[in-house]
Unconditional design. Structure first.
Lengths: 330, 330
DNA sequence: ATGAAAGCGCTAACAG
DNA sequence: CTGTTAGCGCTTTCAT
């Protein structure tokens, strides 16, 4: 790869002149500019990003740390983060932590050592540890998809209470009465918020969300299967379920079908996340959209303004969910 | 972030000494070594990777270029590539091209400008363009999941002919006679190879793969739906199908179910790829495994030995597929 | 065994 | 407007 020196020699100017025509910031005489540009073209010169990054302390990359790659929600986040990073000519470096605090710390370190522009943390599991990592640096860090009680750290989250409300309203509107809910771990704040929104709307319509109709698991397909088995064995008379993730919903639906139930006739199911898979089933899954694309765009945007040393007017960004009606709960 | 200079000052030695104790290559007196190590710990020093990368011309990263992120096969590749890269302390930088040649070229450039250790290209669409990109550099480039007729470029591929054979053998063994196949674009070599393997085995058992029972599309869910509609309208009497991707298989199955067909009783379906989703359906999809994990591990391994300036004994790595029997074709 | 000095490729004063 | 110089943080001769 050609370096700036090569270009300078070929154009008969100094490296600083080359640097100037590239940056475009300072004025350069037309003729010299032309010479330099031609030399650049001739040797197909592209500035070395490591040298540049070292010098200006800006690696032109953004780091994305997720606990799991092969999971539809994170795939969305990865996809959109890459998209909007690329739009700003930032490369995406992707780190998987497998929920392991040591791997998280490592990833964090590695990124900082690359003069990274900013780090996006997705679904961090251990709140205290994150605080530790973050406090050691002034590199922009932003949390997406899970709120953190920590001033200064920008949070990009969904209005999860509203999500629960949307689900409940739809079930009620379609005449369902014996309603169940399958949640992720209730240690997670957003899980409780979703549940509260769901319960409040039901209550408002005089329907109680019975304790035995709340099944707590994680956001996985397996949880959906387990929940279905649980309700079947209980001979529970539920006529509808809200699953707090589409993966849970998929697990539920297939397990119910296997047991001979018809979805949505016997039991209607609403999911959440609008993962790609939710349109690739029979029935397709009625779900609540998380506007991942908007959220990721905002994340990149925030990092960008923070990189320019500008202040952020606010540090919490809340996005609104939306219901999509499909076959599993018409 | 503390720099080497800070450590040196604190330990009362020169930067070169610090560098030496870190690299561990050269001998350093015990006492000085101790002092340096303590200083490192005290300021929590970590070498800056840009400076290091610039100096030794080794960015300690590997680049992965895919045409699409939100696709189960690529998710697998991303996942495993990250895993084995991380094991060697290499960061993964992920680039999405959307099958756009210009974006591909850009991604390629950006990576090279980062003194990247190696580039993994997945499912490149335009062969000629890739050759162009590759010939301009001596950075290791390896192609995964699609063969390229280009000496010097290591290829990591599946034995696709064998995959077709496995599918055919299973359908025949389970007594199916009126057999169909849904393929990706037959411009792609691996598609033709799969088809050949499939056809050859059928022929060997005296079963013809009729032309009207071959449906050509792409590897998508939509193709599966279209194919199902095609066979239904034709009132075709097929009793089994091999879909060249699980996504196609999923499209087929749901579309057939919607039309009242039972899978596998009426029509049995084999897919390919073993995507996560294939176990999350009812019925679960019988499929052909691509050993993505092994393939990605090999990719990293190849880049690693090429980075060490060692020669490669061979440049083509062929992996063997495996049949997994599940519900859709017992 | 250790330090001084050069240089990776770039940017940013500072002169002129 | 342009060239010279210093320096980002590191590794690697080259001396000692």
């Amino acid at each position: 790869m050609a370096s700036m020196k090569d270009v300078a020699r070929l154009a008969g100017v100094s490296v600083s002149t080359v640097s100037r025509v590239i940056s475009g910031a300072m004025r350069v005489e037309e003729p010299t500019k032309k010479k330099v540009e031609e030399a650049i073209r001739k040797v197909n010169y592209k500035p070395n990003l490591l040298a540049q990054g070292l010098r200006i302390k800006n690696g032109k990359m953004i780091g994305l740390i997720v606990p799991e790659i092969n999971h539809p929600s994170f795939v969305n986040i990865i996809n959109y983060t890459e998209k909007y990073a690329a739009e700003k000519s930032l490369n995406l470096v992707l780190c998987n932590t497998y929920n392991d605090p040591e791997k998280s710390a490592n990833a964090f370190d590695q990124l900082l050592r690359r003069n990274i522009n900013g780090i996006i943390l997705s679904r961090v599991s251990d709140e205290s540890q994150v605080k530790n990592l973050i406090s050691n640096t002034n590199t922009p860090v932003i949390i997406i998809d899970r709120a953190l009680d920590h001033e200064d750290v920008p949070n990009i989250i969904l209005n999860n209470y509203k999500a629960g409300q949307l689900a409940a309203e739809h079930l009620i509107k379609s005449g369902r009465k014996r309603i169940a809910c399958i949640t992720g771990s209730q240690k997670i704040r957003l899980v409780r918020e979703r549940l509260n929104g769901f319960r409040d709307i039901l209550q408002k319509h005089g329907i109680a969300l019975e304790h035995k109709n709340i099944f707590e698991g994680d956001f996985s397909f397996k949880t959906g299967e387990q929940a279905a088995r649980f309700f079947l064995e209980l001979n529970s008379e539920i006529d509808s379920v809200w699953a707090q993730s589409d993966l849970i919903a998929a697990g539920l639906i297939t397990a119910f079908q296997r047991a001979g139930k018809n979805i949505p006739e016997d039991i209607s199911v609403i999911g959440m996340d609008n993962i790609t898979q939710s349109t690739m089933m029979y029935p397709t899954i009625t779900t609540i959209i998380q506007p991942y694309e908007d959220m990721c765009r905002k994340a990149i945007e925030v990092i960008d303004t923070l990189t320019e040393d500008e202040k952020l007017e606010k540090t919490n960004f809340i996005f609104e969910p939306e219901l999509i009606v499909r076959e599993s709960a018409p």
